[in-house]
Design a protein around this ligand. Sequence first.
Ligand code: TYD
Length: 210
Amino acid sequence: MHDLMSRASTRGILVAFEGIDGAGKTTQVKRLAGRLGEQGVPFVATKEPTDGSWGAKIRTSAQSGRMSAEDELQAFLHDRREHVATVIAPALAEGKVVVVDRYYLSTVAYQGARGLSPARLLRENAFAPPPDILIVLDIEPALGLQRIRQRGDRADLFEREDELHKAREIFRTLTVANLHVLDGTKEPAALSRHITTLLFDKLAVVAPER
Ligand code: TYD
């Protein structure tokens, strides 16, 4: 059997969406999930921070007072370990497409913006399967914050403009595999077409029978 076909039966495709708050990740995850559903491709759409106990702890801290950078890092790592073990790895093992709204590059960018070393943060995440497609939606922090206000949300403690500038710079200057930095000011429909093409091109190679 062709190498890539045998890979399809043992491992799915992991697509991660990254970017600063208000970049449009959630909209694009929904659109991509819609396309996968229409095409009958087995998939799981998921997010970090998760709805588990570590995710809840992180969300509370975003409202009521942040943890130290180190404690925050440990909380995101606990949350991700659980997420990988219970959701991401099993779905990949079943050959599904896994679409994740934030993943370990958010740790590199956001905890990096708080002063931790990006190289160390990447190392700490070595347990997490690397994305086959990694989308960074890139926008100016001021625009992201404006979008957050427009949707009626109040910016939380993760969404301070100076930190978002630092996080954006880390996202833009990463040298990691399978990275696509896309202009988050583009029309959602145009972005969605671009992203769908990236994924379906990969699916055609990995699982030509679909
Ligand atoms: P967000 O995607 O806004 O989640 P929700 O909409 O459920 O509140 O994520 C919350 C914040 O967490 C966001 O500002 C980015 C931050 N974050 C990190 O700092 N490190 C990480 O590893 C992750 C996954 C998120």
